[in-house]
Design a protein around this ligand. Structure first.
Ligand code: SF4
Length: 242
């Protein structure tokens, strides 16, 4: 049966209104203002389409095929779906979390649960959409009970994420949470000391910040994340940059 509440062009007005209200509420909370998602100029990497090695979309597809039905580390035993990551293969901005959670394990998509919805608001607060960035994790299979990945698991799966970065060649990588920041920066420093500044690593600029799941438990951290994201916005030259 056809859903008559849904127009042929997209989601019904009620859904759009609710999404807009949620985003405005987030912007009010963090003190952001101004830009509508998707109104930022194109954020494709300058040389992306014909960068070294060829078409990044095709190279990401090849990498996904290479990973296959992976059993390289113990995390394969409890997974439903490998969460490869999704987004623009030529994005200038990549988000890296630590690993899939329950909703991601079921759907095979990154950041689709409550933390994912908050990440979407964070992305939209700097004038971008999820489709304009790339989102992935250090490990591609869900750790049991959402624990942090073990060093051996990160050491086995992390290189696939690093190859994704090599292919996409983003200008900025936002490391979401301590395990991601510590892996990308090869350090054991706490996230509170790492966040708020760019670090040069893996041929790009890394901005560590708090994980959206942490913000759900500690809303007072949203202000710090917004400060970090304004630096990312400025580095990318997006509208609102100083
Ligand atoms: Fe393979 Fe990575 Fe999954 Fe481990 S976490 S089984 S290395 S895809």
């Amino acid at each position: 049966m056809v859903d008559s509440s849904r127009s042929r062009e997209g989601p019904p007005a009620q859904e759009l209104a609710r999404a807009l209200a949620e985003r405005i509420s987030w912007e009010r909370e963090i003190g952001a203002s101004g830009y509508r998602p998707g109104t930022a100029p194109a954020v494709k990497a300058e040389a992306a389409a014909a960068g070294p090695g060829g078409d990044p979309e095709a190279r990401l597809r090849d990498l996904r095929e290479e990973i296959g039905d992976c059993t390289r580390c113990p995390l394969h035993a409890g997974r439903n779906k490998i969460v490869f990551g999704e987004g623009d293969a030529a994005a200038r901005l990549v988000f890296v979390g630590e690993g899939p959670g329950r909703d991601e394990d079921i759907s095979g998509l990154p950041f689709v649960g409550a933390a994912g919805q908050l990440l979407t608001k964070i992305i939209e607060a700097i004038g971008l959409t999820r489709e304009q960035v790339f989102i992935c994790n250090i490990v591609k299979c869900r750790p049991p009970n959402n624990r942090d990945p073990e060093p051996a698991e990160s050491g086995t799966c992390g290189p696939f994420m690093l190859r994704q970065l090599e292919i996409i060649r983003p200008r900025v990588v936002v490391a979401l949470g301590r395990p991601s920041a510590q892996y990308l920066l090869d350090t054991d420093q706490p996230i509170g000391r790492l966040r708020g500044m760019f670090h040069d690593a893996h041929g790009t600029k890394i901005m560590p910040t708090y994980h959206p799941a942490y913000l759900l438990r500690n809303p007072s951290g949203k202000r710090a994340v917004w400060e970090d994201m304004k630096k990312v916005r400025d580095e990318l030259g997006l509208p609102g940059a100083r």
